[in-house]
Design a protein around this ligand. Structure first.
Ligand SMILES: *[C@@H]1O[C@H](CO)[C@@H](O)[C@H](O)[C@H]1NC(C)=O
Ligand SMILES: *[C@@H]1O[C@H](CO)[C@@H](O)[C@H](O)[C@H]1NC(C)=O
Ligand SMILES: *[C@@H]1O[C@H](CO)[C@@H](O)[C@H](O)[C@H]1NC(C)=O
Ligand SMILES: *[C@@H]1O[C@H](CO)[C@@H](O)[C@H](O)[C@H]1NC(C)=O
Ligand SMILES: *[C@@H]1O[C@H](CO)[C@@H](O)[C@H](O)[C@H]1NC(C)=O
Ligand SMILES: *[C@@H]1O[C@H](CO)[C@@H](O)[C@H](O)[C@H]1NC(C)=O
Ligand SMILES: *[C@@H]1O[C@H](CO)[C@@H](O)[C@H](O)[C@H]1NC(C)=O
Length: 592
């Protein structure tokens, strides 16, 4: 009896282990490229602090430090905020908004944690500067947001709207339902606040904002234009009165709500928002409402991105890639440890069971009255021993798989460090071309490789559209090793201005300019620096794929810098053109 239940145990165990394998696949896809909800939601806290302080001070003459000091987490008090001179209609509305913002901050902090309030510049001078920029000349006297209800509403026009577009942008990128729920609820109220402010302004649309000659509607249009200009991503912001081509269904000039051609809310990304609220049009250049920059991981990455990376150079870029690779290993086999544990546990069970069944088998063989049934006992022994063998084999196999995986990761790491010389003589490590090109390594004898490059030239345009960068490596080419080393020593400086890799977010925010600069330097073909290292790497890769080292091969890398596939001989370019999607298509798909 005991033994048959053990056999039953085996089948259950196998089903279980199989389920773990299936599960691990799902974990991998779910976290394919992890956009961390916490960081994204916390980013919004920056705007919530701004709104809370501006509204609290505007109506109550005091801020978060008086209302709910623990929420500020010791951040510096806002500069220049004052009580505004509001009428009896506007004052209670703004007061309500103010308390709503306090609630928002609390909700975010409770759900995902927070950070200290960043320094906020709510001074009259700061608003004045912004308004001057919006209208395109210096308003005289200086614009004072705290002077009256109209001015205050115009100043407020900026804030919930930017928050709202930020939430619209964030929501689709969140993974956890709880995060989505939170952001949806925040979005609902921000949208409402924006609508109320816009309606109040719309009602006064034809009034001139004294003592200036511009109407309220004109001010909103100018402010929206400025925000579009700073955001650098086209028209995502519209005043309360628009040309009919921007109105709802091209049928209205009133524009109480700002929305796109299908009347859907515009979405903004964190860098766009930072460009606007910093007033600099540059997410890494703080200023405006945030003299010391916004807080939290996302904003900090933008601010420090350029400078730190410039200092740390390629080593840092490489580091985050290498950290990614380690994560990949865990993501690909998250249940390996558990599986190994069960293999061991079940082997032990099978061992013990065998230990007890074998004496029974002897008794069965020797016969006698109380002897157990021979065939049943023999069957149980066979199941136990068979199971034991299978489990031990699985255990060993699992270890081997892990070993192979780690070697591959180390090989990927080594690949990412290999240096290249671009057409402009700039030297970069392969990792720095990540997300920009798909290198195709052509390794072989000189004649073969040059022939293949000639053939590729015929598909040049098509290949370039697919981001292909040819990297010829000639076997055993004699070069002075000293020169190689010199070239290799230089890259940390070259690395400076290049986009970082790593987090999804960094990837996008880091510098479209640097990327386009880099792109301009990429001319279809790059020269390897330190060919002996390249050769060593290719030979290792060949060994791992069971190809005789030194044979002619081509290796196509993916945009993320890992091996896509490889083949013997030289590639069929026509086939490659078919196989790889054009880069623009790929990026626009990601964008959406
Ligand atoms: C998100 O990433 C931050 C670090 O950037 C980490 O502290 C936090 O625990 C992560 N949150 C989740 C839910 O993974
Ligand atoms: C706030 O902005 C104004 C105008 O740009 C500037 O003069 C002032 O120094 C700023 N205050 C702080 C604390 O940064
Ligand atoms: C959301 O994801 C898209 C596409 O990956 C990206 O362009 C955008 O910046 C992300 N938005 C936010 C708010 O992170
Ligand atoms: C504002 O003026 C325009 C004409 O300049 C007029 O069509 C519109 O009805 C006015 N709006 C309000 C709210 O008075
Ligand atoms: C409104 O006009 C613009 C061009 O001015 C056009 O792109 C858009 O499709 C039109 N919208 C509708 C709903 O017809
Ligand atoms: C943004 O500011 C950083 C730091 O000052 C600078 O290096 C970078 O070139 C600027 N980017 C743009 C697009 O102007
Ligand atoms: C990676 O490079 C290091 C040092 O050059 C070398 O020791 C290691 O064996 C390489 N790893 C693989 C998998 O080739």
């Amino acid at each position: 009896m005991a033994t048959s239940s053990i056999s039953y145990c085996f089948s259950v165990a196998f089903v279980f282990l199989f389920a773990l394998d299936t599960l691990s696949f799902q974990v991998m896809t779910a976290s394919g490229h992890v956009a961390n909800d916490t960081d994204q939601i916390q980013f919004a806290l920056n705007l919530e602090f701004l709104e809370a302080e501006f509204f609290l001070h505007g109506t109550l003459g005091k801020g978060l430090d008086d209302i709910s000091p623990n929420l500020a987490q010791g951040g510096p008090p806002p500069a220049g905020a004052r009580k505004a001179n509001l009428d009896i209609l506007v004052a209670p509305i703004i007061e309500e908004f103010a308390y709503q913002e306090v609630g928002h901050i609390r909700a975010i902090v409770q759900r995902v944690g927070g950070f200290p309030r960043p320094l906020l510049n709510l001074s009259r001078q700061n608003f004045a500067k912004l308004f001057d920029e919006a209208v395109g000349f210096a308003l005289i006297p200086q614009f004072d947001p705290y002077a009256n209800s109209i001015n205050y509403l115009l100043a407020s026009y900026l804030i919930p709207y930017v928050g709202l577009t930020g939430y619209v942008g964030t929501l689709p990128n969140l993974t956890a339902p709880a995060s989505r729920g939170l952001v949806a609820s925040l979005l609902g109220v921000e949208a409402g606040q924006d609508a109320v402010i816009r309606t109040l302004l719309y009602e006064r649309g034809n009034q001139t904002v004294l003592p200036y000659s511009l109407t309220v509607a004109e001010f909103t249009n100018r402010i929206s234009e400025l925000r579009n200009k700073l955001g650098k991503s086209g028209n995502k912001d519209e005043g309360i009165r628009v040309p009919i081509t921007l109105g709802a269904e091209n049928k209205t000039t009133s524009n109480v709500l700002s929305a796109d051609v299908n009347s859907l809310s515009y979405a903004r990304t964190p860098p766009e928002i930072l460009r606007i609220v910093y007033g600099t049009g540059n997410e890494s250049l703080h200023g405006g409402f945030y003299p010391q920059g916004a807080n939290g991981k996302i904003a900090r990455t933008c601010v420090t991105g350029w400078l730190e990376e410039a200092r740390l150079g390629g080593e840092d870029i490489g580091y985050s890639f290498r950290r990614d690779l380690k994560l990949i290993s865990e993501v690909q086999a998250p249940f390996r440890g558990i599986r190994r544990f069960f293999y061991l546990a079940f082997s032990a069970a099978a061992g013990i069971s065998t230990f007890f069944t074998v004496p029974r088998l002897f008794r069965a063989i020797s016969g006698g009255d109380d002897a157990p049934d021979l065939w049943e006992t023999a069957g149980n022994v066979a199941i136990n021993i068979g199971g034991l063998i299978v489990l031990v084999a699985l255990f060993l196999w699992e270890n081997k798989k892990e070993e192979e995986q780690l070697t591959q990761i180390s090989r990927d790491e080594n690949l990412s460090r290999l240096p290249l010389r671009l057409s402009t003589n700039r030297i970069v490590e392969l990792v720095q071309l990540r997300d920009t090109v798909r290198p195709v390594i052509l390794a072989g004898k000189k004649e073969t490789v040059s022939l293949s490059i000639q053939q590729a030239a015929r598909f040049r345009t098509e290949l370039l559209r697919r981001g292909v960068l040819l990297v010829p490596v000639i076997w055993d080419e004699v070069r002075a090793p000293q020169i190689e080393k010199k070239g290799f020593g230089a890259p940390s400086k070259a690395a400076a201005a290049l986009p970082s890799i790593g987090e999804e977010f960094e990837k996008r925010t880091q510098s479209i300019t640097a990327k386009s600069k880099l792109k301009a330097e990429i001319r279809f073909k790059a020269e390897v620096v330190s060919p002996s290292e390249w050769e060593r790497w290719i030979r290792d890769q060949q060994k791992s794929e069971g190809v005789t080292p030194g044979e002619d091969v081509y290796i196509i890398l993916r945009l993320d810098g890992r091996v896509r596939r490889s083949g013997k001989g030289m590639p069929d370019w026509q086939q490659i053109v078919k196989e790889l999607p054009p880069i623009e298509a790929l990026l626009s798909k990601l964008e959406r």
